[in-house]
Design a protein around this ligand. Structure first.
Ligand SMILES: Nc1ncnc2c1ncn2[C@@H]1O[C@H](COP(=O)(O)OP(=O)(O)OP(=O)(O)O)[C@@H](O)[C@H]1O
Ligand SMILES: [Mg+2]
Length: 309
């Protein structure tokens, strides 16, 4: 992590009252009694804002954002995915060509457009996107002198939720780049929780402690209510003993933080983005699609339990 970001992390947000006022807005949006959202597919009134983060590349952050988002939309949730990765894989995977990305998360972070203005529809009803462009590569430099550079996304979300009331989205996902950089920090400051995809491979746990440390640092200095939403095991290969070993290791360390649902390695999942489609639209019966549907159900159930506690 750069020295600049370490400075951002050690800066206590309580010294900045305007941050608290705006950042708390989405978190404090009125909560509907959980018993009112009777079953899967019933929209909840305040959005749950989660970022998908793991500085390890290629672990399934974007694939999970796209397919979990699609699965939630399929059961009636209203979902927004904010693509915060200069690679723009979530935007491509949802069929939004680079040429069609008129207003992106870059303009939103710079304050040249509101979050609402950057939202576009996808082919999935109930699933909208803020696309990303390569311009994001320059955002760190563009915002280097900006006092609230790591609060840009939190501020934009607070503004949208204040204007919207609370009913437009039930879930907001933020897809992070494979780095603990300023974009990921913006996501962690704006989010209520972090969803961590872990690939079932030998080095799965390597780097996880760095990620957990960063989450703790953000929690201590910038976003006291930030939580770990859960750990999702991805690319599980049943023919491979290693996958079972990683599964057992991760569960012994993190226990119920790990989702019961495991995403299998499935070629249909990796083919779908080249058609600009979520796997659930490309082949809704493949093992990967079924797993993401199951994960959506588990996530909604856990959310309901969390609110009841
Ligand atoms: N369950 C799966 N089965 C097969 N292939 C998968 C699965 N999940 C992801 N992939 C493939 O693995 C690659 C990496 O996935 P993905 O882009 O979602 O990871 P990422 O963590 O977002 O990567 P990055 O760190 O570069 O943003 C992609 O080619 C994707 O299609
Ligand atoms: Mg990605």
């Amino acid at each position: 992590m750069s020295q600049d970001l370490s400075k951002d992390l050690s800066h206590n947000s309580s010294q900045n009252p305007s941050h608290n006022a705006s950042h708390n807005a989405p978190h404090n949006a009125p909560q509907q009694n959980s018993s009112d959202s009777a079953d899967l597919g019933t929209a909840i009134s305040a959005p749950r804002i989660m970022c998908l983060a793991n500085q390890k590349g290629g672990v399934g952050k974007t694939t999970t954002a796209i397919n979990l988002g699609t699965a939630l939309a399929a059961i009636g949730e209203k979902v927004l995915l904010i693509d915060l990765d200069p690679q723009g894989n979530a935007s491509t995977g949802l069929g939004i060509d680079r040429a069609a990305r008129k207003t992106t998360s870059f303009e939103m972070l710079l304050g040249e457009a509101s979050l609402a203005e950057a939202i576009c529809d996808t082919a999935v009803p109930g699933f909208q996107l803020v696309p990303a462009s390569m311009d994001l590569l320059g955002v760190e430099v563009e915002l280097s002198d900006h006092e609230r550079r790591i609060h840009r996304l939190a501020d934009a979300l607070a503004e949208m939720l204040q204007q919207d009331g609370t009913s437009r989205f039930s879930y907001i996902f933020i897809d992070c780049p494979p780095s603990l950089n300023m974009l990921t920090l913006n996501a962690m400051v704006a989010a209520q929780s972090v969803l961590v995809p872990l690939q079932c491979e030998f080095f799965a746990l390597e780097g996880l402690s760095q990620l957990l440390r960063t989450i703790e640092q953000v929690k201590a200095s910038l976003n006291p209510t930030l939580d770990i939403q859960g750990i999702i095991l991805t690319m599980y290969d049943a023919r491979n003993n290693l996958s079972a070993q990683v599964d057992a290791d991760v569960r012994s360390h993190f226990d119920s933080l790990v989702y019961e649902t495991v995403i299998p390695r499935n070629v249909r999942i990796s083919e779908a983005p080249s058609f600009g489609k979520p796997a659930l639209l490309y082949d809704h019966k493949c093992a990967g699609s079924l797993a993401y549907m199951q994960l959506a159900g588990e996530l909604v159930r856990r959310e309901r339990n969390r609110k009841e506690i």
